[in-house]
Design a protein around this ligand. Structure first.
Ligand code: PLP
Ligand code: COI
Length: 377
């Protein structure tokens, strides 16, 4: 098993620890008897640092709580705000490992660039996240299928109403012990509404960034999907010809020739780290994994004639979620296979989560050990 011993807690920059008194912190592991849900719990602390005069400064871990921000902050008015979603896992050796976290840190910088925000050095992000995980390690969930969801985000704090890039920013990391994103996880498929009325992104826009505004812009389509009984939206390109992605997942389908096909990453699709991992694993999954431009009309025909046998979405929160039905605005509905979670998606899910949990050998550097402060002294 290849697991990297992490150097990330060895400070590249000094972090000030302003921790809660011990008597106010969690002292016992989380109760495993109820499903955790997704993104609802918070741990005791958060990481913060500020960007001013072209420099990151004031790195600190402090109690989770309210942020200080002026009402005129650029993030609030003009949406200069980006985020990431990553996960850490408790392995059988009782140690914590982050999964492909450098990829998330790199992508935060790609999103930041798209929104004219400053770069956050990857080593500093890694140090911040590993140090926070170490401080709040008691919160690591032990429940089957659960993990620590890591939410780093970067937002603009200039108190200025001109539409221009802010000069000041805050980078924050919060943690949320979480279970499945969709209530039933791998036990049930979801339905997607194929939206021709609303679009998530257009070429030349910010679709490839994990920008807060992209998610705000998706809420109206999401509301429509839910009113029609779908869990999420499957977005098309602006000409309503090609499949793009879902609201919080890349889309994929599996053909009866054992091919797993993901739409090409373009500037309208978030370059999913889960999709990239599946593309890297390829043959190891017993599938030919490839990317293609997928026409909606071909996709529908291939579901109806049985060429497409399974379909789903990839994402950190959603992991690998089966799509059983596609709904259309005119009330039509098509079913993939028998509408349930198929055997290939079940196997993919088991392999991918097995790898994250250290039960199946992962490629070098995919898992990084979270050292405890004691260990590096
Ligand atoms: N697409 C969108 C719009 C997302 O919000 C996400 C979630 O992060 C994904 C795809 C999946 O990306 P990843 O696998 O990196 O989490
Ligand atoms: C993730 O999968 O990490 C995401 O960010 C999706 C989300 C918007 C819940």
């Amino acid at each position: 098993m290849i697991k990297t011993r992490s150097p990330h807690i060895i400070p590249t920059m000094k972090i000030e620890y302003k921790l809660k008194p011990l008597c106010e912190r969690r002292t016992t592991p989380l109760d495993c008897s109820h499903p955790l849900g997704f993104g609802q719990l918070r741990t005791d602390h958060m990481f913060l640092m500020d960007y001013e005069n072209g420099q990151w400064q004031n790195l600190r871990i402090q109690p989770y709580g309210e942020l200080n921000m002026m009402p005129g902050a650029t993030a609030l008015h003009y949406g200069q705000s980006v985020f990431e979603g990553a996960k850490a896992f408790l392995h059988n050796d009782n140690e914590i490992y982050t999964f492909r976290l450098t990829k998330n840190c790199e992508r935060l910088n790609q999103s930041a660039d798209i929104l004219c925000m400053p770069q956050v050095p990857v080593e500093v992000q890694m140090q911040a996240i590993h140090s926070l995980l170490d401080v709040d390690r008691i919160w690591m969930p032990k429940q089957a299928g659960a993990s620590m969801y890591i939410r780093p985000f970067l937002f603009a704090t200039d108190d200025n109403l001109s539409v221009r890039p802010s000069e000041q920013y805050t980078y924050c990391v919060m943690l949320s012990p979480s279970g499945a994103y969709y209530e039933k996880g791998i036990k049930d498929s979801i339905s997607l509404l194929v939206s021709t009325q609303y679009h998530r992104a257009v070429s030349g826009g910010t679709g490839a960034a994990k920008a807060a505004g992209n998610y705000a812009a998706s809420l109206r389509a999401q509301r429509q999907a839910q009113s029609l009984g779908a869990a999420q939206v499957l977005y098309l390109d602006a000409s309503n010809t090609y499949l793009e992605e879902a609201g919080a997942m890349n889309h994929f389908h599996i053909t009866k020739e054992n091919e797993l096909i993901i739409p090409f990453f373009t500037d309208t699709i978030l370059k999913s780290i889960t999709s990239q991992s599946i593309l890297t694993l390829g043959e190891q999954l017993g599938l030919t994994v490839k990317q293609q431009q997928i026409k909606l009309s071909d996709f529908i025909n291939d579901i109806q004639n049985g060429n497409i046998i399974e379909a789903g979405g990839f994402g950190t929160a959603a992991v690998c979620t089966a799509v059983g039905h596609y709904l259309f605005e005119d009330g039509r509905r098509i079913t993939v296979g028998d509408g349930n979670v198929g055997p290939i998606i079940k196997r993919l899910y088991e392999t991918y989560t097995g790898l994250q949990q250290g039960k199946i050998a992962a490629p070098t550097d995919w898992l990084e050990h979270v050292a405890s402060a004691q260990e590096v002294k």
